[in-house]
Design a protein around this ligand. Structure first.
Ligand code: NAD
Ligand code: TYD
Length: 341
């Protein structure tokens, strides 16, 4: 199996690369990532010289660069690469359109023209918009995105599904809820709150803190992606969630309690515009068709996550200072030197 993974230096992609190198001995992985501020090669340090892993720094929206860097064909493409932070998309959506829409379409074109195998698009429950206090997103819930981020992900999904209808491409789409776990960039709620609380800094809670997210541990998401890659039906969408709905304030309080820090660190701040009130996922399809089920309990796995951020201080300080962006040059420079000896 030759597998092209994009965005494999990001939070979920790096967890996925570690998982498949450990558990899929017949997979040869080519990992394409542009290493934006969110990409961190340090998260892949232990597998950079792995014989079945090749890292390529390239932009998925740059067709010429991909053609120059990628040789041969792929049995499977898994597209994790994206601009992923809602708040950044509110400030400037241009990179979201370029990468999330243009990059996905560029990969689809290459996959079709090169006769590559299955194309798995890693999408999000945010394409469905916001729920009221009742109900769940199913795969037939109408697409109704609220933010420029979710609009760009919804557009990408439409291109992927259209490639199935128009070109009979073998595509599958996963739509997962909010992830947490190791290697998440600390601009997202959980790692931001852990590191701020650790340092006795204020914890900014948007609005009244009553927005609900359906949290899933990243390893459960990665196993769902694997299940869909290996068994999903062509042209089909699979929702992924762990039925762990929590108000943001509950999550923040739980983190404070795990760190033994006072609730006086909480600061209610101006709400995010277009802030979706509630997400909740119905995962019946992936469970019934593919036998996937989440393994991690939120309370316990949140404790493990807090411990991971406390124990991996160097990783945290590098991403917070921006030093992680120099890691590629150091690693690549070292390789060139070794080659010339
Ligand atoms: P992330 O921001 O941590 O990582 C994204 C990765 O993509 C980074 O390594 C970045 O360098 C890379 N990238 C960005 N632009 C690129 C480009 N033009 N070319 C090549 N690489 C590029 O994101 P994440 O949280 O790991 O999310 C991964 C995927 O999962 C995204 O598609 C996201 O929409 C989706 N998703 C995320 C969540 C979540 O809770 N984090 C939930 C559901 C779905
Ligand atoms: P986030 O991690 O940005 O994920 P998403 O917006 O994709 O769901 O935010 C999760 C929730 O936490 C969301 O309701 C916004 C809220 N939030 C805060 O209250 N404060 C913060 O500083 C951040 C980053 C998020």
């Amino acid at each position: 199996m030759r597998v092209l993974i994009t965005g494999g230096a990001g939070f979920i992609g790096s967890n996925f690369v570690h998982l498949v190198l450990a558990e899929r001995p017949d997979w040869e992985v080519v990992n394409v990532d542009l290493l934006t501020y969110a990409g961190n090669l340090r998260s892949l340090e232990s597998v950079l010289d792995h014989p079945r892993h090749r890292f390529v720094r390239a932009d998925i929206a740059d067709r010429d660069a991909l053609v120059a860097e990628l040789d041969g064909t792929f049995d499977l493409v898994i597209n994790f690469a994206a601009e992923s932070h809602v708040d950044r998309s509110i400030v400037d959506a241009s990179a979201f359109v370029r990468t999330n829409v243009g990059g996905t379409q560029t990969l689809l074109d290459l996959a079709r023209q090169g006769g590559w195998g299955r194309f798995l698009q890693v999408s999000t429950d945010e394409v469905y918009g916001s729920l009221g206090p009742e109900g769940f997103f199913t795969e037939t819930t109408p697409i109704d995105p609220s933010s420029p981020y979710s609009a760009s992900k919804a557009a990408a999904d439409m291109f992927v599904l259209a490639a199935h209808r128009t070109h009979d491409m073998d595509v599958v789409v996963t739509r997962c809820s909010n992830n947490y776990g190791p290697y998440q960039f600390p601009e997202k709620l959980i790692p931001l709150m852990i590191l701020s609380a650790r340092d006795d800094q204020p914890l900014p809670v948007y609005g009244d803190g009553g927005n609900v997210r359906d949290w899933i541990h990243v390893e459960d998401h990665c196993r769902a992606v694997l299940a869909v890659a290996e068994g999903g039906k062509p042209g089909r969408v699979y929702n992924v969630g762990a039925s762990s709905e929590r108000e943001n304030l509950e999550i923040v309080r739980e983190i404070l309690s795990l760190l033994d820090k006072p609730e006086s660190l909480i600061r209610f701040v101006t709400d995010r515009p277009g802030h979706d009130r509630r997400y909740a996922i119905d995962s019946a399809r992936i469970k019934d068709e593919l036998g996937w089920t989440p393994a991690r309990d939120l309370r316990e796995a949140l404790g493990d996550t807090v411990r991971w951020y406390l124990e991996n201080e160097a990783w945290c300080e590098e991403v917070r200072s921006g030093e992680h962006e120099n890691f590629f040059d150091r690693w690549y420079g070292g390789r060139l030197e070794a080659d010339s000896e």
